[in-house]
Design a protein around this ligand. Structure first.
Ligand code: FAD
Length: 422
């Protein structure tokens, strides 16, 4: 397969990039591992005609030279300007002339006693499960961590008739008030959006300055320990959804040798990466929400097709950046959470490696070689980020394949005489 413009990710950034580029590009291919367009925020919305995802997709499909490829995961780089994608039917090569990376982000999951119990998920993870049809009706749900995503997840739980027992926010009332004030003065529509979400929750269920320190259960979660202002209590629940923020999916950008700094792809004002003919947009350049993803996607699409990025576009981008900065400053994960991980707490759940097994090591690479941490199905995507937070180790280097792959896909890569080791 060949694309004059290849876009990886059909989330808000990828869709906006495709739409901005559709006029001028010879052929546009948008690839996503999901079965539909929409990314994380609009997951499953694309079936509803009036949803933003459905409308963007419909507009794009009016261009005969725009093509979506769903259920396809980019797993490796075969050579310069050629990627390997895997679908249920097997692997194939995808050549490109210009590339826009819109890979989005994933949740940061932090280890604490009981975090691997069935019933404990990421906050966005629970939301995604609900959107995919998981039944939470009547289930007692605790939502914990930090940031506005907790409220958004609470709204999804409520809509699905789950029973919200507590929303446990790590930040203090003072910090939350400061955040609300700044939202009101600089990002009014976000303020009303947040107020709309808060209004559906019983205020008594919202706990600030609070942390879930342990999840309890034998084979299934049945309770959590919550600490608020030094006071400890146990709360019965069926589900615990923990959200400690997002981490950008930069592995592919790293393989393509784009500059990555502090876990984010570095871009200029036109969304160009450090590599020629590669642009990046959305969460992979900085965690900042849907508006940032949309405007960056648009700018990347315009820039990749030599179209004009206007002053209005630049202004929108500045506004989105100011919101992103406010968000990231207010809801950064408190390092005191490191203490939640006890010596016998599993850090790498794929390979059963506990914190005490990692204790003798001072870097990720040695720890990985000696304990197998990061060598399981998640390929270090979860425990690598956790170790970075817990021990301040450098981020694990991206290796091919970036996702676990079928033997046949690996064989195809090997045929191309490509070394799996970087
Ligand atoms: C779990 C989760 C839940 C969220 N929930 C909310 C919410 O409720 N409200 C809110 O305002 N914001 C939410 N966010 C944040 C929101 O997703 C972003 O602000 C916005 O969607 C960013 O758009 P994006 O296009 O940059 O990335 P995304 O929407 O994440 O889109 C990236 C797309 O790239 C695809 N992709 C990545 N790598 C590959 C690959 N190698 N091969 C093929 N496809 C690939 C993914 O499948 C995905 O569809 C959530 C984020 C996460 C991670």
């Amino acid at each position: 397969m060949f694309a004059s413009l290849l876009i990886i990710g059909a989330g808000p950034a990828g869709l906006a990039a495709a739409l901005a580029a559709a006029h001028h590009a010879k052929s546009v291919v948008i690839i996503d591992e999901n079965a539909e367009a929409g990314g994380q925020i609009w997951r499953h919305d694309s079936q509803q005609v009036h949803s933003p995802a459905a409308q963007l997709k419909a507009k794009l499909l009016t261009y005969p030279h725009v093509q979506f490829v769903f259920g396809a995961r980019v797993i490796a780089m075969v050579e310069q300007c050629c990627l390997l994608i895997e679908t249920s039917e097997g692997a194939q090569q995808l050549r490109w002339e210009k590339l826009i990376l819109c890979n989005g982000a994933r949740e940061l999951l932090l280890p604490f006693p009981g975090w691997t119990l069935p019933g404990v998920t990421g906050a966005g993870g629970l939301q995604a499960m609900i959107k995919s049809g998981a039944d939470v009706k009547g289930k007692r749900v605790v939502i914990a961590g930090t940031g506005p995503l907790l409220l958004s997840v609470a709204a999804s739980v409520k809509k699905a008739q789950g029973h919200i027992v507590a929303i446990v926010e790590q930040r203090s009332a003072k910090e939350l008030l400061g955040f609300s004030r700044q939202l009101f003065s600089a990002h009014r529509s976000k303020f009303w959006q947040a107020l709309g979400l808060i209004s559906i929750i019983n205020p008594l269920r919202y706990r600030h300055s609070a942390v879930v320190t342990a999840a309890h259960g034998d084979r299934q979660l049945h309770a959590v320990t919550l600490v608020q202002a030094g006071k400890q209590e146990e709360i019965s629940c069926d589900l615990l959804a923990c959200g400690f923020g997002l981490r950008a999916n930069v592995e592919l950008a790293e393989l393509l040798q784009c500059q990555v700094q502090d876990g984010l792809v570095v871009v200029d004002a036109q969304q160009r990466t450090s590599r020629e003919n590669i642009w990046a947009a959305g969460e992979i350049t900085g965690i900042g929400g849907v508006e940032k993803a949309l405007i960056e996607g648009r700018i990347a699409g315009l820039s990749a097709t030599n179209d004009v990025v206007t002053a209005v576009d630049a202004l929108h981008r500045e506004d989105a950046y100011s919101f992103a900065t406010l968000l990231n400053q207010t809801f950064s994960v408190d390092t005191s959470l490191r203490k939640l991980c006890k010596p016998d707490t599993l850090v790498c759940r794929c390979e059963d490696v506990a914190a005490q097994d990692l204790a003798p090591f001072t870097d990720w690479r040695t720890a990985k070689l000696m304990t197998r941490a990061g060598m399981g199905a998640c390929q270090g995507r979860i425990c690598g980020a956790a170790c970075q937070f817990l021990y301040e180790w450098d981020t694990p280097e991206a290796r091919q394949p970036v996702f676990p792959a079928k033997a046949a896909s690996l064989a195809l890569l090997a045929e191309k005489k490509f070394s799996f080791e970087k």
